[in-house]
Design a protein around this ligand. Sequence first.
Ligand code: ZN
Length: 266
Amino acid sequence: MLLTDTHCHLDFPDFDADRAAVLAAARARSVGRFIIPAVGEQNWSQVMALTNPAAGLYGALGIHPLYAASQSPGAVERLADLLATRPEGVIAIGECGLDRRSSVKQTGQLALFEAQLELAEQCCLPLLVHSVRANDTVASLLKRRRLPAGGIIHAFSGSLVQAERFWALGFCLGIGGTITYERANKTREAVAAMPWASLLLETDAPDMPLSGHQGERNTPAHLPEVLSTLAELKGVTAQQAAEQLAQNSVRLFPQMAAEGSGRGSN
Ligand SMILES: [Zn+2]
């Protein structure tokens, strides 16, 4: 079994003290590939420094909506320039999107998201999308600009109708700790009804702790718990689920196929 954590912020300071041990613990639980998304210009270099395809470590570069206000002018142009150099192991753009929680500053979010949609189209890279209370707006933006390489609606939370709409637009659903909470009925039902090909696993570590781990730092070693819950919801074994999910990861990120098992020692 080789699992891919399609969204984990391993560059965050939360992991500075024990990053190697966190990776080792994840690999010991069959999590052998990791995608580390950036949140803004301030961490692009950290993300690229951690990226190492031979060790299953991949990166994404982008600007997260919660960091929109803290970017300096020209950040999108610098992102475009950086992506044009095709940095090794950078396999997606993100994370980017819209966060419509009432407590969050909205200024600049939409323009930044639209600019990154355009970049994803130009670079033909998958897009890692953060969509909080914004699924319908995000879907209409994706409809306007059909992205050639699709992407992932990270930490998907929503209805079956929303899930089907994203999938029809070429976007997979990033399935994380949300489904381990029984109160997340709507999302659990949506995920259970969606085709296997539309699903990918993620932890969003260090955030989004699983049910039973509230208040703890989340790590990619928890990914097999998300897998078990997903397998249970869909009525298959964890092994069967893992095989299907592995195919999905390689389909969306073909570079992963070239790197073998991704079980290097970094
Ligand atoms: Zn994230």
